[in-house]
Ligand binder design. Structure first.
Ligand SMILES: Cc1ncc(C[n+]2csc(CCOP(=O)(O)OP(=O)(O)OP(=O)(O)O)c2C)c(N)n1
Ligand SMILES: [Mg+2]
Length: 230
């Protein structure tokens, strides 16, 4: 994703007919891809507790998701994704309250910042793009990713990338419209792969995140504690 774009997305649980439905709606399969994500954090999960998500993605490099204006809001999330290593290092130092580490490689600051691997899994993804009928723009506005993680969890996401906050409401409207056309129940949310990974394989870390999350205001529609971390 290009630096500085805002990623607005909504996750859902895909069914056996989801790909067929995407084709009926005029969606095109861009590619199928397999990649490994490895997430890093401090032993106390300081980044995740601050809603920052650092990973190395096979084939793409380092990525840091930081909350956008809304962060997690109701059934959707809004994140900025940083991919330039000096920008990632600067943001990590800011969030973790560290000074004087320069602006070099992410790998070089992992040790000094106390960051270590907390999760690693492989995802098989089919990536679709779709132009919603009834909209003027020529550009494909929406992407749908259908993911299956190697630990047996499948999740989909409808996503739009926008340049500024002012574009978010329109993007959201499109996301909700397409979700509904895909048959996603209005109230449905689905947890992120990483959250399900932590729940299954690092239950104490998962519990720690839940506690932090429930002490913050819980967004509308996420009353189920299993869902509140997305
Ligand atoms: C409802 C909700 N959603 C997400 C979060 C935050 N969150 C949890 S794990 C997490 C990091 C992983 O993000 P995700 O979109 O699941 O990754 P993926 O789809 O593999 O990568 P992409 O190719 O889309 O960049 C976030 C931001 C939250 N707290 N609540
Ligand atoms: Mg995503």
């Amino acid at each position: 994703m290009a630096q500085g774009l805002i990623e607005v997305e909504r996750k859902f649980l895909p069914g056996p007919g989801t790909e067929e439905r995407l084709q009926e709606l005029g969606g095109t399969l861009e590619h199928r891809v397999t990649f490994r994500d490895t997430y890093y954090d401090t032993p106390e999960l300081s980044l995740m507790q601050a809603d920052h998500w650092l990973r190395r993605r096979e084939g793409s490099g380092w990525e840091l998701k930081c909350p956008g204006a809304a962060g997690v809001l109701g059934h959707h999330t809004e994140y900025k994704e940083l991919t330039a290593e000096p920008t990632i290092v600067a943001q990590l130092c800011k969030v973790l309250g560290a000074d004087g580490l320069g602006a070099g490689d992410v790998a070089a600051v992992l040790g000094p910042l106390g960051l270590q691997e907390v999760a690693s899994f492989v995802t098989k993804r089919s990536a679709w793009k779709l132009v919603l009928l009834g909209t003027d723009e020529e550009e494909p506005q929406l992407r749908v990713d259908l993911d299956t993680a190697d630990f047996g969890y499948a999740v989909g996401e409808v996503e739009a990338l926008v340049h500024e906050e002012a574009e978010v409401p329109t993007a959201l409207e499109k996301i909700h419209r397409l979700s509904s056309m895909l048959g996603v129940p209005a109230q449905e949310t689905a947890p992120a792969k990483l959250i399900v990974y932590l729940q299954r394989f690092r239950p104490q870390d998962y519990q720690r995140l839940l506690e932090v999350n429930s002490s913050k205001q819980r967004p509308q529609g996420t009353e189920d504690p299993d869902n509140c971390l997305g």
